[in-house]
Design a protein around this ligand. Structure first.
Ligand code: NCC
Length: 275
């Protein structure tokens, strides 16, 4: 059917775009002191066939009671400074990896070097480079200063599994979304949520995503951990968020009750195609 053809196209486009994390051998980091601090092993080295869940930070997680469901997965991904303490019933308390943007890494208010939120888990940092910037350009002039605290963090926690996304991969993800959308979408890289999907696809046999497609609990709040009302957190202002969500919905295998009442999107992965 038409639907089948579209969804398998979307899936294969996304699987083909392997998001790169920066490695020690990548210029200019091979001759820069930062490169020596990069983890020796790739993110999720030899990890395959896991059950995974992505916990969006959406306000509509409030009252979801999804905590136990979230904790039951092998790999639990969260974003930025989203807390679990005090919210266990709705979001669980297990964390395997956090994707952190360069604002969270650099701005004093997030206390990145001290906070226990960022300890003893895997971390993936990112910062938006201009579309045509080389890694050299970006290293000199990131959007927010990801690098100073990256270096400090790794010197304080030398065995930390803290990776940095190659900013050119983030633009590859944007191209996929643009190809999928047909109509022109905003020319900014996707949100941490979509980066998370791309990162986990090769690692998981089953990927669940909670409250990325907003459920009927939609309450206008930006985050489950704050009472601020801002619906653009859900539909997008700077990131092409609505397109990301339509894309994710098009590769979903769960029924509408699961997606729109429970707030769970399910992506099944074919292991043989995937590796
Ligand atoms: O809000 P944020 O996102 O940290 O949320 C993480 C991911 O959850 C999904 N989300 C969030 C809220 C919502 N109502 N619906 C959702 O689907 C999105 O997929 C989102 O990516 C980010 O992506 O890194 C982002 O970070 C914030 C902010 O920098 C951090 O929270 C730190 O305060 C950005 N907001 C601002 O810069 C003001 C946001 O645009 C993107």
């Amino acid at each position: 059917s038409m639907h089948k053809r579209n969804s398998s196209n979307a899936m294969s486009m996304l699987i083909k775009t392997r998001v790169k994390t920066l490695r020690r051998k990548d210029a200019p980091f091979n001759v820069h002191r930062l490169g020596e601090l990069f983890p020796k092993k790739k993110l999720f080295f030899k990890t395959k066939g896991k059950t995974c869940v992505i916990v969006s930070s959406a306000g509509s997680l409030v009252g979801s009671n999804l905590g136990e469901f979230i904790n039951s997965h092998d790999i639990v991904m969260r974003f930025n400074h989203a807390p679990t303490l005090g919210f266990e019933n709705d979001v669980g308390n297990k964390t395997t990896i956090r994707i952190v943007n360069s604002q969270v890494v650099s701005k004093p208010e997030f206390n990145f070097l001290e906070s226990s939120l960022f300890k003893n888990i895997s971390l993936l940092g990112w910062d938006p480079a201009d579309i045509n910037a080389t890694l050299e350009d970006w290293l000199k002039k990131p959007d927010f200063d990801l690098f100073t605290n990256y270096e400090k963090f790794m010197l304080q926690n030398p065995s930390a599994d803290f990776h940095i996304a190659d900013p050119r991969s983030l633009w590859d993800l944007h191209s996929i979304l643009q190809e999928y959308a047909k109509v022109p979408i905003i020319k900014n890289i996707p949100s941490s949520g979509f980066l998370g999907i791309a990162i986990l696809l090769p690692v998981c046999s089953q990927l669940d995503i909670v409250e990325y497609i907003p459920s009927t609990r939609l309450n206008g709040r930006c985050h489950y951990y704050s009472e601020d009302i801002n619906i653009s957190c859900t539909f997008g202002a700077w990131h092409p968020l609505a397109t990301e969500k339509l894309f994710a919905y098009s590769i979903n295998t769960a029924d509408d009750f699961t997606v729109f009442q429970k707030g769970i999107l399910k992506i099944k992965l074919n292991k043989s195609k995937n590796n």
